[in-house]
Design a protein around this ligand. Sequence first.
Ligand code: GLU
Length: 305
Amino acid sequence: MSPSLQPVLDRIAAEVRSLPGRGRPADYIPALASADPGRFGMAVAELDGTVYGVGDWRVPFSTQSITKVFTLALALSLEGDPLWEHVGREPSGNPFNSLVQLEYENGIPRNPFINAGALVVTDRLQTLTGDAAGTLRSFLRAESGNPGLDVDERVADSESAHGDRNAALAHFMASYGNIANPVPTLLRQYFRQCSIEASCADLAVATGFLARHGIRSDGSTLLTRSQAKQVNAVMLTCGTYDAAGDFAYRVGLPGKSGVGGGIIAVVPGRCTVCVWSPGLDQRGNSVAGVAALDRFTTLTGLSVF
Ligand code: GLU
């Protein structure tokens, strides 16, 4: 049995607590603006089922773009390689909600983790299942073992009321024929997806299939080993907005962040990590979250490099 990771988490929490300047919560979605940047939680789930946690690790928060990993995995499992005809897998070098690149590239988004790409993936999942956000919620409930995991309707409404840019992205891609569902249907699904609330414990456990090379918690196969590698690779190169290079340099793990302040990370074959603290840096990543993951891989040597 490997040594307990609890002392490592305790040490990280103590170090992060004294971090100067914690960044600011996202405010372009008004319902997220009131989050307390002083909150901090971190959980690690090992493949044998052991879960360690520290701080606010059981407090639910708005998962936001972290959900893009799960919708990608679900769409890939149902559709396979043809999914990549609708969305690329290169870093974008542009902000997560940019419209500019889409026009040059004929409505095919650079990758599934910028908003345009995530909208395309949700559109595919909607076509394949008839209920993209519901499919995602069921999956997360099953994988996390938390049957109460749900959409925060207040956040979903707030996103919907301030969703002009996402609506613009969706309509623009529809004009290129890269969106199959009516745009209002797609947006409703996408906002509900982003508004799912979960804790660090829920998300660390639910991400386990990516550390198990595609195998779900009940032993069934969601992704082939090769597809799990693909999802992890896209997380590494595109998962933390315009800072994926710096994240890879500091943390050395596939990771995905969200504007709610959460970040998930995968140590393939070993464990999954989720950290949450709502204060964001200029690029949109949690300040304390990135620092904590940096310390985690430095202290444990658990990196893919
Ligand atoms: N719901 C957010 C949006 O579409 C997600 C952004 C994020 O977490 O990156 O703007």
